[in-house]
Design a protein around this ligand. Structure first.
Ligand SMILES: [Zn+2]
Length: 233
């Protein structure tokens, strides 16, 4: 517990125990995932699953700092090596893909932090998290901008990703200014920690324009015609 002394001074011993008994699946070990994995491991989350089948490439390293010096290695394996050095107390499970039986994998974890970079994958993860009633912490980054939302599917009134972004209406860009991946990914890790400790989490869509440091909170609510979360209403 000495490792977490400064954090325990804020959240208390009981919440630190909740973190050590918790399990989080991080899908995507890229720019957001690097910050998420770092801070979940530092904070003492007991078990971290990392899912990513890509290999580390040189153009990843401007923001995917956990993969430094590991070009050509699978990102999941590289993440495992990084976590073992950062905090050997954390149990790690790695996967090369999102998995054929997504529900089975997600059901093993308390919550999912979604760090993928395509809208299509976010929709897939949203559906599986909703079906399994697992909270999903969503973030996306592009250019100088980022956004963050928590979909707590343990609560049947929670909206989902599809409520905000109905399929096929948004284009996507994967270019981003390096520190933004770290800032937004760290915010995802923080929301995961708050959720595990039963602190109130973000209940809006947070849109962040880092060029002008303008942050806005947008109310989100369940869409009655959402094909994912309103199917059985
Ligand atoms: Zn929905």
């Amino acid at each position: 517990m000495l490792r977490y002394l400064r954090q325990i001074e804020v959240i208390g011993v009981e919440n630190q125990k909740k973190l050590s008994n918790s399990s989080v699946l991080v899908i995507g070990a890229g720019g957001l995932g690097s910050a998420v994995i770092t801070y979940l491991a530092c904070a003492g989350v007991g078990k971290i699953g990392v899912s990513d089948g890509d290999l580390v490439e040189i153009h990843n390293l401007d923001r995917q700092f956990i993969h430094a010096g590991k070009i050509g290695i699978k990102k999941s394996k590289s993440a495992e090596m990084f976590i073992k050095t950062l905090n050997p107390e954390v149990e790690i499970e790695i996967y090369d893909d999102f998995g054929k039986d997504k529900s089975l994998r997600i059901s093993k974890y308390d919550l999912v932090v979604c760090c993928v970079d395509t809208i299509e994958d976010r929709h897939k993860i949203n559906e599986v998290c909703f079906k399994n009633k697992k909270p999903m912490i969503h973030a996306a980054i592009s250019g100088f901008e980022g956004e963050l939302a928590v979909f707590d599917f343990r609560n049947s009134g929670s909206p989902c990703y599809e409520c905000i972004y109905p399929r096929n209406i948004h284009s996507e860009k994967n270019s981003v200014v390096s520190p933004i991946a770290g800032i937004v990914g760290s915010m995802q890790a923080l929301e995961a920690i708050k959720l595990i400790c039963n602190f109130e989490t973000l209940n809006h869509l947070l849109r962040m324009d880092f060029r002008y440091m303008e942050f806005i909170k947008i109310s989100i609510s369940k869409r009655k015609d959402c094909p994912v979360c309103s199917k059985n209403l």
